[in-house]
Design a protein around this ligand. Sequence first.
Ligand code: ADP
Ligand code: TYD
Length: 208
Amino acid sequence: MKFVEDGALIVFEGIDGTGKSTQLKLLEKSLLDEGYRVITTREPTGGVYGLEIRALYQDRGSVSLEEELELFIKDRREHVATLIEPSMAGGSIVISDRYFLSSAAYQGAAGLDPEIILSRNSFAPNPDLALILEIDVEEGIRRITEKRGDVLNDFEQTESLKKVASIFRNMNCDYIRRVDATGSIDQIATQIKQLCQLMLAEKNTLSR
Ligand code: ADP
Ligand code: TYD
């Protein structure tokens, strides 16, 4: 079993339909095979605030934009305190499907200032690696509707997703790595594995 001293946090980001949850599962398997302790999770969570957020999917207009951001922040505070920090303290690699860059991109696209959103998230530890998966909005929507067979929710409308994609494209933090998500699932997984290995090589790993 391998323990990463102080743990590690890897997050998947990008517009809907880029393949985040597909790649998260493949990365989990590959890190488990290498002997790491891995915890996978996602935002919105299944907690009380996460459930309130999911109720908004079909009725986004029922709360103000400020209230919407506040719900994502409350959900994240609980997520960080109850799962992310304790798991990292135990030496695990935590992999989350979305984290605070999604707030900057989505609530930013809806009209709030992305920089202010980021500063409101300063309680949340920075990830060691944020993988932003990139595809065209049209392809993302095609994957959601045709491949996953879902209908678009209120967060997934074309015009607002174009703004979301543009905010993701302009983000600039040293822990961000962009991944071209147009290739095959295996090609993308190989690239993601390499990026994680580079990050983990810089961290202190203990074996027991
Ligand atoms: P996200 O979690 O980013 O919304 P998913 O992982 O659910 O995306 O992927 C959306 C759909 O696209 C799923 O049906 C999935 O099987 C498919 N998919 C994922 N990655 C690829 C890929 N590289 N090429 C083609 N289809 C993909
Ligand atoms: P999604 O990844 O689709 O979750 P699930 O498939 O589990 O329902 O995320 C739900 C939506 O929430 C997605 O359209 C992006 C949006 N979102 C925000 O607007 N702000 C945030 O801070 C987060 C984490 C997600």
